[in-house]
Ligand binder design. Structure first.
Ligand code: NAP
Ligand code: G4F
Length: 326
């Protein structure tokens, strides 16, 4: 039985990855940090199948202990301060958690189990003010947020440990991926939650920032398969994972509102509060290397993804509405 350690297992990707690895017969160790009010929402259905280890990315001793306890064949480093907008008001915390802590995790693996295969969650946000389109593995980085800068550090330190210590360390440069388990602040989920609230009479408007930004949005359930595939190769390498399609935030809004029979123009209010100090205007990934080398492909397209998320929020909020009206 293979053993995997996942950091960030309670997040969107961690929960889908844990499901995937459990279905493949892995023993899954999930690392979570202590919080006053624990949140297992994304993993409630598999909570009892996960071996829980306590650890905080910023605390090397706890990571060493997590690696020692789990003795993993594979380590998936998914934990991060992952919300771009929060990285301007909290640049230092973002740097500690999303950048420097990658070195903590790599050190823990190097010291305790250097033969373990290591996956680092890199991001298309590193391309920022893009210097070529579509973006691929060789496209230079130009990050536009403290989060993007932190991810560039995480990316290069992973490459550096691979080259310095001959560790099997891979970096997945993943473009935006979403699901019903996406955090509520991210634009896709904010929109599908907002659409459901308006449809059910729980809200009258949806306040958003820049509607012109373009993103390459895929389904998280498809993307975690690529993470696993990267660690099944003979040689460690870095891969772009994307859909190869880009859509504006306005298109996202239109598809979501139309799905429930509403015209978005009657409900969306532009609010400066959600406009960022520096924007990433366009992301569009070229994942031909992953298709060729990993044999990876998508199953869910953009419309199916938005519909899936609206359906899920409609269901959740209908149940809530019924409950409060009893
Ligand atoms: P997410 O839902 O925000 O999950 C982040 C996870 O990290 C949560 O479980 C969180 O735990 C944990 N965490 C945060 N700080 C921690 C700390 N100091 N110590 C231990 N755990 C900590 O993120 P996601 O969307 O699943 O993304 C997974 C990874 O991929 C992240 O590194 C993200 O930056 C990267 N990424 C995401 C995308 C995307 O589109 N989703 C694209 C490219 C890259 P708490 O519940 O305790 O906060
Ligand atoms: O959903 P977002 O907050 O995601 P963003 O900034 O692209 O970052 C996500 O994808 C990255 C990969 O490229 C990950 F590394 C990162 O961890 C995260 O998962 O915003 C998407 C776009 C932005 O252009 C933003 O300005 O939507 C625009 N937007 C417009 N109104 C909004 C809003 N974003 C949010 N969150 N909230 C708004 O009201």
């Amino acid at each position: 039985m293979k053993k995997a350690l996942i950091t960030g297992v309670t997040g969107q990707d961690g929960s889908y990855l844990a499901e995937l690895l459990l279905s493949k017969g892995y023993k899954v160790y999930g690392m979570r940090r202590r919080t006053s009010t624990p949140n297992f929402e994304n993993v409630e259905h598999i909570k009892d199948q996960i071996e829980w280890v306590s650890g905080d990315l910023t605390d090397l001793a706890s990571l060493i202990e997590a690696v020692r306890l789990s003795d993993p064949d594979e380590v998936y480093n998914l934990a991060a301060q992952s919300f771009v907008a929060a990285s301007w008001p909290q640049p230092l915390a973002t740097g500690q958690i999303t950048a420097l802590s990658v070195t903590n995790m790599l050190e823990a693996v190097r010291l305790v189990k250097p033969s373990a295969k290591f996956y680092q969650a890199s991001s298309s946000e590193m391309f920022g003010r893009v210097v070529e389109t579509p973006q691929k593995e060789t496209t230079p980085f130009y990050p536009r947020s403290p989060y993007g800068v932190a991810k560039v550090y995480g990316h290069w330190i992973t490459v550096n440990y691979r080259e310095s210590y001959d560790m099997f360390a891979c970096s997945g440069i993943l473009f935006n991926h979403e699901s019903p388990r996406r955090g509520i602040e991210f634009v896709t989920r904010k929109v599908t939650d907002g659409v459901a609230r308006i449809k059910l009479g729980l809200a009258t408007e949806l306040r958003l920032g820049n509607l012109d930004a373009k993103r390459d949005w895929g389904f998280a359930g498809d993307y975690v398969k690529a993470m696993w595939l990267m660690l099944q190769q003979d040689q460690p390498d870095d891969f772009v994972i994307s859909t190869g399609e880009t859509h504006t935030v306005e298109e996202l809004v239109k598809v979501a509102f139309e799905y429930v029979g509403l015209d978005w123009k009657n409900y969306v209010v532009l609010d400066e509060k959600y406009v960022r100090p520096a924007e990433v205007d366009l992301l569009l990934g070229d994942c031909s290397k992953a298709k060729q080398v990993l044999g990876w492909d998508l199953e869910v397209d953009f419309e199916q993804l938005v519909h899936m998320m609206v359906d899920s929020d409609m269901k959740r909020l209908s149940q809530y509405k019924e409950m409060v009206s009893i």
